[in-house]
Design a protein around this ligand. Structure first.
Ligand code: ZN
Length: 392
């Protein structure tokens, strides 16, 4: 990376450092897999660390060291600072993103910023990661169990622009797990109750509340427009909603994540247009692998079977956390997503995770992200279904 003399290096506050024995420093001992030892017989490292408190530019540090008769050249110092940056020791306090936050925000997001320090460097500051969340536009489709949990996670993360779409009202049976709502919300529209909660919790967060239901591909197109990321937290009309959102997101190049639970297992998946396959790739692959898959979908639709909710708060919290962790990784780019192009399941009783489907590589014959015509039986069935779709 390019280090410039105007940077103000600061040893991260999350770094634990101790002099293990005279002239030998051990760094980041709280994370044993990242521990590094540095020899410092002449005390130069200790002096440099003292200088890197975020108040001085590298230029000023160089001048200070040279004024103390410490024999170091520009190039040597830059190389050394580069080495310390490479082991994850440093932040750049001259980052423009740092000065864009108010003191209240820096206090509010203190722990977020410390978390981001696990991934930050001189070139990529924790404030930039927080700023990415702050300016991200996220759409949450459905403010039920997953969506309501996602909303307060986004509020804590500092996402300020969120669109929510929902048609439902708060019921007593929601209160075992939809903890955004309370007893006084019974009978209210979920979007109104959510808006009130968010207004009290995070006054700078703006919720664009869209009442209603997505009932067509056109509705889905409008719902996701201008989003950086979409959380699909609803599933009705069954199969259709997922496909409409998938088509809209692929067309507009917007990544999206979806998920849900049954009694003891949760699942999540992410589609990143242009990088992974999409949900129609997944349908295509599944129908090729399992000749009974289409009949399974048909019987799900024709039976109108609606599984009663088996969701308890702890299980959904776990899935919601996984989904929001992916949102963080997507927006801040701290790490690769774990569910990109995959259906990942978590078993709530054992904490075991498993990849149920892998559509990481786009399927060329896919009618949505590839050049397929959709002539396979499963897509012909979906087209027929779309013409005659009626709520059960
Ligand atoms: Zn596809």
């Amino acid at each position: 990376m390019i280090i410039n003399m105007a940077m103000k290096p600061m040893v991260k506050k999350t770094i634990f450092m101790r002099e293990r024995e005279k002239g030998l420093f051990r760094i980041s001992e709280l994370f044993p897999d990242r521990a590094v030892e540095i020899e410092d017989e002449d005390g130069f490292f200790q002096l440099l660390i003292q200088q890197m408190d975020g108040t001085r530019t590298i230029d000023q540090i160089l001048a200070e060291l040279q004024s103390r008769d410490t024999p170091v050249t520009d190039d040597e110092l830059l190389e050394l600072i580069g080495d310390l940056d490479a082991i994850g020791l440093l932040d750049n306090m001259a980052s423009a993103a740092y000065s864009s936050f108010s003191s209240e925000e820096l206090e509010r997001y203190k722990a977020n910023l410390n978390y981001f320090r696990s991934f930050s460097s001189l070139a990529s500051s924790p404030w930039e990661m927080q700023q990415a969340l702050k300016s991200a536009k996220i759409t949450v489709i459905g403010v039920g169990t997953l969506g309501s949990g996602v909303l307060f996670n986004l509020a804590g993360l500092g996402v300020e622009n969120v669109r929510i779409i929902d048609f439902d009202h708060v019921e007593w049976s929601n209160l075992n797990r939809q903890l955004l709502f309370n007893e006084t919300d019974i009978g209210r529209r979920k979007i109104d109750a959510a808006n009130e909660f968010i207004h009290r919790f995070h006054s700078r967060m703006v919720l664009d509340c869209i009442p209603g239901e997505i009932r067509s591909a056109d509705d889905a197109e409008k719902a996701v427009t201008d989003s950086d990321f979409v959380v699909l937290a609803a599933d009705q009309p069954h199969f259709m909603l997922e496909r409409w959102v998938n088509q809209a997101c692929v067309k507009q190049g917007i990544p999206f994540i979806g998920g849900g639970v049954n009694a003891v297992e949760g699942q999540l998946y992410t589609v990143v247009p242009g990088q992974t396959g999409c949900l129609d790739c997944n349908y295509l692959l599944r129908s090729r692998q399992d000749e009974d898959y289409l009949r399974y979908i048909q019987s799900c639709i024709t039976s109108c079977f609606k599984m009663p909710s088996t969701a308890i708060a702890p299980n959904y919290m776990l899935l919601t956390g996984m989904v929001c962790g992916e949102v963080v990784r997507m927006i801040t780019k701290t790490n690769a997503l774990q569910s990109a192009g995959k259906v990942v399941s978590i078993h709530f009783e054992t904490f075991r995770t498993e990849i149920k489907m892998d559509f990481a590589s786009p399927t060329p014959e896919c009618p949505t992200c590839g050049h397929g015509k959709g002539e396979e039986a499963i897509f012909r069935y979906f087209r027929e279904l779309e013409k005659s779709i009626t709520p059960c």
